[in-house]
Write a protein that binds this ligand. Structure first.
Ligand code: HGY
Ligand code: MN
Ligand code: MN
Length: 419
């Protein structure tokens, strides 16, 4: 086993700060929606960095970007490392980005120390992990994992009706199906925790054992249009007022079902959206999550029942669409152990934990044993410009990533994963 190596923190910070300029918004956050001009600019920069690092760059038909560093055994299955560069509308500078740029730093360290590995290493940027522009999330990794077909992904529309496939072509990042990730030995993703646990418990590294299950639904509530000044309240079929009752009922269901149930109404649009018009249509999203699939499914069932009853009592129409569902996933035990071993070798505190957030590793785990390394989020904040992870914690996470990648990249084929 090679000596316990470390990353070049100042170079990693520099790279992260460089990326944080692309799509920067006032207050220190990022708006870099997938397949936007900002995403293109970041992809262009990543491609430049990959080429500078001597990587063979390729693109698949979902727009996923790969940079390959050949190993001694060109036929052996590869170690893939990475995450995503797209952000939320008011995202932070670490979510996903840290995983891609730490993977690049791992390559840079191996290069400058002339370390050749048995296996090839591929770093990856997965398209549209967030699902902020094109729903559902994780379309790039889900496409590679065979969850979503190329047509399904290409036909996804954003809120302005623009198509994923066309937007991908417009930014010049449409690749080919034969370039999709394949023959993966292991996949690894470094990511910020996006929650409060590591910080509260003063632990430096999370060895992620899995990702909780989640559902995305869309609800369309249809009432009657009318004038704000003339229609008596008891004659109204006000879509917004019914939607408001539904929102409170949804939160109540989660609270009464289980302490770990999480529900979020993240977007709500109403029509016609004028101060003096009674809203006749409200469309809103529901994000439901729980580590236990039975409980999560129970919450979904209760939500559907309760909001349908509210619609009935209010005499309005309701349509409930199932947008997306992932079941709770457990990662590979060998990677969880390797992450813990890496933390131990470096003398870092470490704990095993589930992820509350969804990640590309969840879908890649369908086609290759996958795992994740977490680093603490200050105040547990993420998906906002207040997202912050201290550089000394970034360094620890990246050092553990380097350790695990080096270890995996020199492992024999004997323990190849049977899909
Ligand atoms: O939604 C999620 O959990 C992830 O951050 N995209
Ligand atoms: Mn992420
Ligand atoms: Mn995210």
């Amino acid at each position: 086993m090679e000596p316990v190596m470390t990353v070049n923190l100042s170079r990693l910070i520099q790279t992260m700060k460089e990326s944080a300029k692309i799509g920067a918004i006032p207050g220190g956050g990022l708006r870099r929606l997938s397949l936007s001009v900002e995403d293109k600019a970041m992809r262009d920069l990543l491609r430049e960095w990959m080429i500078d690092a001597g990587l063979q760059v390729r693109l698949d038909d979902f727009g996923n970007m790969y940079g390959r560093r050949e190993g001694r055994n060109k036929d052996a299955s590869v170690v893939m490392v990475g995450s995503h560069l797209d952000t939320q509308p008011e995202g932070g500078i670490y979510d996903g980005i840290l995983g891609v740029l730490s993977a690049l730093e791992v390559i840079r360290v191996l290069n400058e120390n002339d370390i050749e590995t048995e296996r090839s290493i591929e770093i990856v940027n997965f398209t549209n992990e967030e699902g902020a522009r094109f729903e559902p999330p994780m379309l790039g990794s889900g496409g590679v994992a065979g969850i979503f077909s190329e047509n399904y992904v290409r036909e996804r529309k954003d809120q302005e009706g623009k198509l994923y496939g066309e937007e991908l072509e417009n930014i010049g990042y449409a690749g080919t199906p034969e370039n999709r990730a394949q023959n993966i030995y292991r996949f690894l993703e470094l990511h910020i925790e996006q929650g409060p646990i590591l910080e509260e418990q003063k632990i430096s590294v999370g060895a992620v054992e899995g990702v909780q299950g989640m559902n995305w639904l869309e609800v369309i509530v249809s009432g009657d249009p009318g004038h704000a000044g003339t229609v008596p309240l008891n004659h109204r079929k006000d879509a917004l007022m019914s939607a408001a009752k539904m929102a409170l009922a949804i939160q109540h269901i989660a609270k009464e079902t289980d302490e770990f149930a999480k529900v979020t109404i993240g977007r709500m649009q109403l029509k016609p959206g004028s101060t003096n018009c009674i809203p006749h249509e409200v469309v809103f999203s529901i994000d439901i999550r729980h580590p236990n699939d039975d409980i999560r499914e129970r919450v979904v069932e209760l939500v559907r029942e309760r909001i349908s009853t509210i619609a009935l009592l209010d005499g309005i129409d309701i349509q409930i669409k199932d947008l997306w569902e992932i079941k709770s996933t457990l990662f590979s035990e060998d990677i969880v152990q390797l992450v813990q071993q890496g933390a131990k070798e470096h003398g870092y505190t470490c704990r095993v934990m589930m992820s509350g957030a969804g990640h590309d590793a969840k879908y890649i785990h369908h086609i290759a044993p996958s795992g994740m390394v977490f680093v603490p989020s200050v105040n547990g904040k993420s998906h906002c410009k207040e997202e912050l992870t201290h550089w000394e914690d970034v360094e620890k996470g990246a050092n553990v990533l380097l350790y695990v990648v080096q270890n995996l990249a020199n492992k024999e084929d004997s323990d190849l994963y049977e899909c």
